[in-house]
Design a protein around this ligand. Sequence first.
Ligand code: HMG
Length: 409
Amino acid sequence: MKIRAGIEALAIAIPRRYVDLEDLARARGVDPAKWTVGLGAREMAVAEPGEDTVALAAEAARRALTAASLDPRELGMVVVGTETGVDHSKPVASFVHGLLDLPRTMRVFDTQHACYGGTAGLMAAVEWIASGAGAGKAALVVCSDIARYGCGTAGEPTQGAGAVAMIVREDPSLVELDVGISGAASTHVHDFWRPLGQREARVDGHYSVQCYLDAVSTAYRGWRQRALVRELVRGDIPSEGLARICYHVPFCKMARKAHLQVRRTDLEDAHTPWDASSEELRAAASFETQVAPSLPLCSRIGNIYTGSLYLGLAGLLDAQAGALANQRIGLFSYGSGCTSEFFSGVVSPRAAGRIAAAHIRDQLGVRERISVEEYERIMGLTAPLGQPPPLGGFRFAGVEDHRRQYARG
Ligand code: HMG
């Protein structure tokens, strides 16, 4: 018998401070429209050292378990996708497992490949459940990162921080994934990387955009081939058969570029000439319906690396889960270096109630807007500030005898 698997519940944790990108642009002598219109970014989450990858992951995981009303004894796997871990050996998942006091009898590990790391974890969990190997257990998958390029760099307005946690199980209440129907694309490139011992990422910015676009074409083609065989989509523009598409969002304009690329791929493969003026207008219109609803949270938090795709999904479901009941959505995950995957799933009729339990938007309302000077001071800090984040979140409290300590505020 086929086991249906996917996302049961989803919750986020974000830093309690943010900087407005118009303030930052003025301080850098940049026309604010370059970032707000040119990149589509409005605000950027700023994590102080107490809000590290572990603290954000543990808090998102705690909220996801609550939103799912799941007894932790039902879990058989905890996996964290991250590219900004806190130790060369001990995984973030191990800290999360301890901080949430989860049962001993489970697999606990991290997955890494730049921003794709969370998707690697999600696929491992979904395929583990769908194969029957999970024997009825659920999995906790967390994507958690702090994105840093450094003050005054071209990447500066595309920083951010946050975590998204997902409960994955059989007969899921949010999104049932189309297991086995996906397309992957990977190439060995140096578009973005972070050498050992460095806090800030290195990036070849414009090249990274091109690598992403090349990847989305190939991955989408792979997904489409399988989806057409299974008749999940039809017609000359199969991407139109998806009610919504969530893309990995390093900055919101990238999702627009990706969507244009997917449309162009459909038309090229249907041997329909790309008439720039009319097709770009049609692609822009379909962007507003198919993609824009997934971007509001991303534009106010920034790039959270592994979690960015799922932050888009969280925002989409929070806003439109009811209207999307029983409809198929597409998801594209990209990790620099690079690897990527296009996959799909169907939104559950129970999704609206389940996502409401995660109180996604409430977290934006309690944030504190800080000045550019305060943001620069926090960027320079290496030790925690000391005061607890709001809503009783976890925080990194310092190092004792080479062991990282965490507290709950
Ligand atoms: P830049 O070179 O300073 O910006 O940085 P630009 O000159 O390319 O301008 C950006 C856009 O603003 C352009 O629009 C301009 O026309 C427009 P486009 O042509 O692209 O549509 N513009 C304006 N619009 C309105 N009013 C104005 C104005 N001026 C210009 N006055 C860059 C851009 C992306 C390079 C930089 O932000 C960067 O390096 N970011 C980091 C790298 C990145 O995000 N790459 C994305 C793909 S790779 C990826 O997604 C993986 C990643 O998440 C990491 C991982 O996998 O772990 C990054």
